[in-house]
Design a protein around this ligand. Structure first.
Ligand code: NCD
Ligand code: ZN
Length: 345
């Protein structure tokens, strides 16, 4: 049995850090686990310009614990109006990627894209620049069952998008279904996917076990067991098309435990521990380093990290609740004992 696992320092290719007091509360957790992270732009108002992305990056750096060398990788929020020259400006300024939220798909997505045809000029500029498009892949049509929205998105939007922009780098974010895993595995070298720890560890029963459990509610919503198994197979295959993206999405406790609770699981505090648990469950700990530390930078065309981290099989109990500014936040699996613990060398 493996009890100690040393890995190249990992990165998180999809995280929500928010702003203000919430940013100050959560960024130390991500910075303790990861060398870099792709920071989602769904703030209020959204990060739609290069100037906003650079200013947000500065606020993240200012909120880091002293001595941290964590590097935020900034993204732009795509809208129907994003001009091609904003993409070029962003690329030249070091903004790493652009996020597509279908309007209304998830938290703070109301300014998102209503019709992909409106984004042609921006997508052409991204394809030319080699800038990845990060896709929240769910249709928003209220007639489509919530659990089918990702699979329908593939046929309705992703396949045509791939045909129109054959060289565009696309990351299908936080995939949750067998259909998505199969699509990405055969879509060619310009398509990849991130997978969260919670979609590897839980199926949709977790939402209802013993009563409604709002801390397990995220978008895309947890799916059936067969889909979880397909995601485990994808990461267990060692394919470089799949890499780590926590989708850690902090929401205050009172907004999760609410009649209309917010979508998002908070996993930043124990991200690598949760992934280790998932990989361990299928005897694939030897595949964790590729998934967490190599496949992401290779796809984005960024250098791999050089430092190391160590995961030890050492039980510890996650706190039930932490401060989030004036409010509190409950991490996923709070109060539970985890088998692995991360130490940064
Ligand atoms: C995210 C958030 O809260 O910003 N929520 C979530 O359930 N994952 C948005 C997102 O990534 O969909
Ligand atoms: Zn997200």
């Amino acid at each position: 049995m493996t009890n100690t696992l040393t890995l190249t320092r990992p990165d998180d290719w999809h995280v929500h850090l928010r702003d203000g007091d919430a940013l100050a509360a959560v960024v130390p957790h991500t910075a303790a686990q990861f060398a870099r992270a792709i920071v989602m732009p769904n703030l209020k108002p959204p990060v739609t310009t290069t100037a906003q992305a650079l200013a947000y990056g500065e606020r993240i750096l200012a909120a880091l614990p002293i001595g941290s060398d964590f590097q935020p990788l900034m993204t732009l929020y795509l809208t129907d109006q994003t001009p091609a020259d904003e993409i070029s400006r962003a690329h030249e300024a070091g903004v790493v990627a652009v996020k597509l939220y279908p309007a209304g798909a998830t938290t703070n997505s109301s300014a998102g894209v209503t019709d992909l045809r409106h984004t042609r000029a921006a997508l052409e500029a991204m394809q030319r620049a080699g800038m990845p498009l990060l896709v929240h892949g769910e249709v928003t049509d209220p007639d489509i069952d919530l659990f089918d929205r990702e699979a329908v998105f593939i046929d309705k939007h992703l396949v045509p998008l791939r045909k129109d922009f054959p060289e565009l780098k696309i990351v299908f974010e936080h995939i949750t279904t067998r259909e998505a895993a199969q699509y990405v595995a055969q879509a060619g070298a310009h398509t990849a996917a991130t997978i969260t720890s919670h979609h590897l560890l839980f199926n949709r029963n977790a939402l209802f076990l013993g009563g409604m459990r709002p801390h397990y509610y995220c978008l895309p919503v947890l799916k059936r067991e067969l889909h979880r198994q397909a995601l485990l197979n994808a990461v267990g295959s060692g394919s470089d098309r799949f890499f780590l993206g926590t989708d850690s999405a902090p929401h205050a406790t009172h907004l999760k435990e609410h009649a209309s609770g917010c979508a998002g699981c908070y996993t930043a505090l124990s991200a690598m521990e949760l992934y280790a648990q998932a990989f361990d469950s299928i005897n694939a700990l030897d595949k964790l380093e590729g998934f967490a530390s190599f496949h992401g930078p290779d796809f984005y065309g960024l250098p791999r990290n050089t430092g190391k981290v160590t995961l030890k099989r050492e039980a510890w109990t996650l706190p039930e609740e932490l401060p989030l500014g004036q409010a509190g936040i409950k991490p996923l699996c709070g109060g539970e004992t985890l088998a692995w613990q991360l130490a940064v060398d």
